[in-house]
Design a protein around this ligand. Sequence first.
Ligand SMILES: [Zn+2]
Ligand SMILES: [Zn+2]
Length: 306
Amino acid sequence: MPWFKGNIHTHTTNSDGDSSPEHVSEWYKNHDYDFLVLSDHNHLTILEEAKKNQDIWPLLVPGEEITVRTIGTEAAALHINGIGISEVILPNSYESNIEAIEDVVSRVKNQNGLASINHPNYQWWVSSEDIKHAKVDPWGFEVFNGHMHANNEGSLNSMSTEEIWDDILSSGKFIYGIASDDSHHFTQEFSSSRSNPGRGWVVVNSKSLSVDEIINSFRIGEFYSSTGVELSEITTTEEKIKIKIKDGISKDKSKFTFRVIHENGVIFHEEEGQDLEIGTKGMKKYYRVVISSSQGTKAWTQPILL
Ligand SMILES: [Zn+2]
Ligand SMILES: [Zn+2]
């Protein structure tokens, strides 16, 4: 099945982005993205003319960033993407993040959509405890968010997004990891202090480039997340792992390190090279693979429960 590249978290002038939905869509098409979610805050941006403009825009998958922010008491503050929904979801007010996750995720699921917890470390809003204790499980969360204040790496006393991921998986709950741009700024200079596109994306293995097929593949974890490392093969089963770096990517002499992570975030195996082939014997609870390049970019495969 073919692979399709997409970004599922972007803003336009329908919320706090600096460019029109048309301009944003063209940026992604011009940079070889196959699909895109225009995820405006509490606004479902659906471009009726999307079908007519297939040649100049990527496939537009409907979505919204459901934005819960209680100003003042800050009882609950978090952002949840609803992907593949057909009607706008407006948040209620909530006493806690757990209550907000349960309500918003249920409403996304009621529309057969996929709910993702965005940038958990933005202002340190969402903890892994919030996600673990919610009675309704989100489909995914952002292991990488390209916004300059996303705090993906955590701190000495605050979990990185990867530590959050392992904490959730080790508790027995299952969640996918997403990389996204959360892009707001498409004009003026591109710099690390601005929220520009092109930083984090997902690559989906899907029968065809249609909204239904992309959502179907997302739902069963047929995708990987990336900030630059490209893969040509991912076989991850309960018995074995086989992963290959896309041919030609190492013309710049990049080196790649594969790390297989299992229960409690422990590194089970690591090696350097262009591919990884290993059995899963001895791995506990789950595994996931992170591939890091010497350029500082990464790819994350989705976890497999054992
Ligand atoms: Zn957000
Ligand atoms: Zn956002």
